[in-house]
Design a protein around this ligand. Structure first.
Ligand code: HEC
Ligand code: HEC
Length: 222
């Protein structure tokens, strides 16, 4: 079945078109993928450890380390900038992001964005007896929680530049992000969409969602 994009997506699209010129000039020169790969695999000794040492050889992520492969370059770059300026608080990523010049952040973001995520964008099934499945595929309208899949795509595989893949995230990482939005230690992101949703999610919800993605046949693990 084909749906037209949900309203927030369309609004975001419009906002991005308007900001396009601004973004293009703020991003500087075109990213250098070779330089990005070098940073990913070797780091910039002695200050910046190889990204691969935590995020996996292919950027596929593991446990507490979110996946970088196949995420939008702009999303990754924005997160690195936020770690560097402290608006996304994290003691591990702060010194790493600060150790990269803006152009190097753009290079490494573009490199990881160019890798395949390995996550299958297969639509799942809403199941009234499975809380996680229902939240992902349908949401919980009485609490104003939209379906995760409406923005993060079928299989939680991510959509475009702004909606990251969430299918392979551990429950504890997902919970940490939800808590960060609740207490303001992660920037609200595009249009504050995710911050608003995070504030409505309980830890039970988060566990059920992570469990559903971990077991869903669509969410093929890299
Ligand atoms: C010592 C381990 C470690 C290394 C090395 C490391 N990271 Fe991370 N990274 C983390 C952790 C832990 C998080 C999760 C932070 C949080 O909980 O907010 C993270 C999060 C991120 C995120 C946010 C992802 C998202 O989906 O929100 C990006 C982007 C990122 N790292 C990029 C990099 C890059 C680029 C490098 C190499 C220059 C790198 N990391 C090296 C541990 C590491
Ligand atoms: C209206 C669109 C929208 C919906 C619906 C939505 N999200 Fe998001 N989500 C976003 C955006 C945009 C981001 C990126 C935020 C940023 O740039 O910091 C995001 C980011 C995330 C992240 C952080 C990923 C990372 O690697 O750090 C998690 C976790 C997340 N969403 C979980 C969920 C869950 C669970 C649901 C369903 C209950 C959901 N989202 C529904 C828009 C949405």
């Amino acid at each position: 079945m084909r749906h037209s994009p949900p309203r927030p997506l369309r609004r975001l699209g419009a906002a991005c078109t308007c900001a396009l010129l601004l973004c293009a000039s703020a991003q500087g020169q075109t990213p250098n993928l070779q330089q990005g790969e070098q940073i990913a695999k070797k780091g910039l000794p002695p200050t910046v450890a190889a990204c691969a040492s935590c995020h996996g050889a292919q950027g596929q992520g593991m446990a507490a380390f979110p996946p970088l492969a196949g995420q939008g370059a702009r999303y990754l770059r924005t997160q690195l900038d936020a770690f560097a300026d402290g608006s996304r608080g994290n003691p591990i990523m702060a010194p790493i992001a600060q150790g990269l010049k803006p152009q190097e952040r753009a290079d490494v973001a573009a490199y990881f964005a160019s890798l395949p995520s390995g996550i299958a964008a297969t639509a799942g099934q809403a199941d009234a007896k499975d809380k996680g499945a229902w939240l992902v595929e349908r949401g919980r309208m009485q609490d104003g929680i939209p379906a995760c899949a409406s923005c993060h795509g079928p299989g939680g595989a991510g959509v475009g530049e702004h909606f990251p893949a969430i299918a392979t995230l551990s429950a504890s990482y997902m919970q940490a992000q939800v808590d960060a939005w609740k207490k303001g230690s992660r920037p609200p992101g595009p249009l504050g969409l995710m911050e608003g949703i995070a504030k409505k999610l309980s830890s039970d919800d988060v566990n059920a969602i992570a469990q559903y993605y971990a077991g869903a046949s669509g969410a093929a693990k890299p």
